[in-house]
Design a binder for this molecule. Structure first.
Ligand code: SF4
Length: 443
């Protein structure tokens, strides 16, 4: 049968899709990038914000309308938080909640039973099947290392939807990385819900896992997806002296005000966060730190907001994901007093976007004149031979170079920052098309 995979939300959702796609292909089924052509569509939903919830509902409706004949399997946080409701959505055939999603392939095949239309197209693969990731036009492999979280940040619905922490074994993770590398993937990103808590339930740790990966794999580039800024050992950043570990971390701070962090029940104060960033930059001078920030958390006074803006300006971030507070039913923060008006949240988000753009420009300018090994990911203009890729610091870069190929890594000189301050540029790129077009091409 032909299977189409769709996800909304985090990289963990994407990592899970890749695992299921490879599992189905191992069994002789085929991956299709077109939901209209599929016999089965698997949708990994999201519920991190009210908007994500809405988008998940809308996507299920779109998938059902685009191919009413297909069997629709829905999993992920939106489905796990509302299993009975989602089961009633038009066109939904099977709901697999987060606790059972590691067995999604078995669950789906069991549900389909021996319905003829859903037989494998090929004999189960002897040896390794081609890689679903590359088939889906992606160059970076997301590796799920753990699931769930022991903490209860007051705004977070993920910890409720994903449950307790559970780590995959080191052997399983090493095997998956080596398989991806044999299949042509040059870079992996380690992802989870509480990545820093990896191994707590199996007598390992993130530090130990990274050492194992550096020792027992040859993949050229290893990245960390989002990591909560605590539970990391003092010597953690010495690992980044190995050039295969990319010098970038996404460390969500969420607020720059300690009183707001207390109401969020975050395990990190601003002084601890600043010390962590300093350690990273001491170990690797141009280490890139990016972050998440919530604007308009309940009770956030003007004074607390100023504290956040000052902290952000002092710390400096390569990129900031900005989220206006979204009250999630079932979380403590949804019931807190002094909910902030939408207009105030928006104004604070706008103000922070301006600062974030300035900081990003500064961050990118620090790399101009240097050279970087770039993993090229997407050709955006075949005629002009224009490609987009990412540097080790996780900065997007654009180049015009006909010798580039998808998933190739090449060293280039960083000549400038794009006019809109969104990316780095390798010489000769002053495109005939405006960079806004490139931005739109990437959107
Ligand atoms: S640590 Fe992260 S995943 Fe865990 S509760 Fe807090 S925000 Fe949610």
């Amino acid at each position: 049968m032909f299977i189409n995979f769709q996800a909304l939300g985090c990289r963990l959702n994407e990592a899970e899709l890749e695992t299921w796609a490879n599992q189905f292909m191992q069994l002789g089924h085929q991956v299709t990038t077109e939901s209209e052509e599929a016999d089965v569509v698997v949708f990994n939903s999201c519920a991190v914000t009210a908007q994500a919830d809405r988008k998940s509902r809308q996507q299920i409706g779109r998938l059902q309308r685009s191919n009413p004949k297909a069997r629709l399997v829905v999993t992920g946080c939106h489905a796990s938080l509302n299993p009975d409701t989602v089961k009633e959505y038009l066109g939904v055939d099977l709901v697999v909640d987060n606790q059972r999603k590691d067995k999604l392939v078995d669950q789906t095949l069991a549900y389909l039973g021996d319905l003829a239309d859903f037989n494998p197209l090929f004999e189960p693969a002897v040896g390794e099947s081609p890689n679903a990731l590359l088939l889906r036009g992606r160059q970076r492999g997301f590796i799920k290392i753990q699931d769930g979280c022991r903490y209860r940040c007051t705004y977070c619905i993920v910890t409720i939807a994903r449950g307790a922490e559970r780590s995959r074994s080191e052997a399983e993770i090493l095997a998956e990385i080596n398989l991806l590398h044999r299949q042509g993937v040059q870079e992996v990103a380690l992802t989870g819900v509480h990545v820093g808590g990896y191994g707590g339930d199996i007598g390992s740790s993130l530090y130990r896992l990274l050492n194992e990966i550096l020792e027992h794999t040859d993949i050229p580039r290893i990245r960390l997806a989002s990591v909560e800024p605590w539970d990391l050992p003092d010597h953690f950043f010495s690992l980044f002296l190995n050039p295969r570990l990319m010098p970038h971390m996404h460390l969500p701070i969420q607020s720059g005000s300690n009183s707001v962090l207390r109401r969020m029940a975050r395990r990190c104060k601003t002084i601890e966060f600043a010390a962590l960033v300093e350690k990273a930059r001491e170990a690797i001078p141009l280490f890139n730190v990016t972050t998440d920030l919530i604007t308009g958390f309940p009770g956030e006074s003007e004074q607390e907001w100023r504290q956040t803006m000052d902290f952000v300006a002092r710390t400096g971030f390569g990129h900031i994901h900005i989220f206006p507070f979204s009250a999630r039913a079932g979380t403590k923060a949804a019931g807190l007093p002094n909910q902030i008006e939408g207009a105030v949240k928006k104004a604070r988000s706008r103000e922070l976007h301006v600062l974030a753009a300035e900081l990003k420009q500064g961050e990118l300018l620090r790399h101009v004149g240097s050279r970087a090994e770039v993993l090229w990911e997407q050709q955006i203009n075949a005629e002009l031979g224009q490609w987009i890729g990412y540097t080790p610091h996780y900065h997007k870069i654009c180049s015009t170079n006909s010798r580039i190929g998808a998933s190739s890594i090449s060293e280039v000189c960083i000549d400038s920052v794009s006019h809109d301050g969104s990316m780095l540029v390798n010489k000769g790129i002053q495109p005939q098309v405006s960079l806004t077009d490139i931005g739109q091409a990437n959107a």
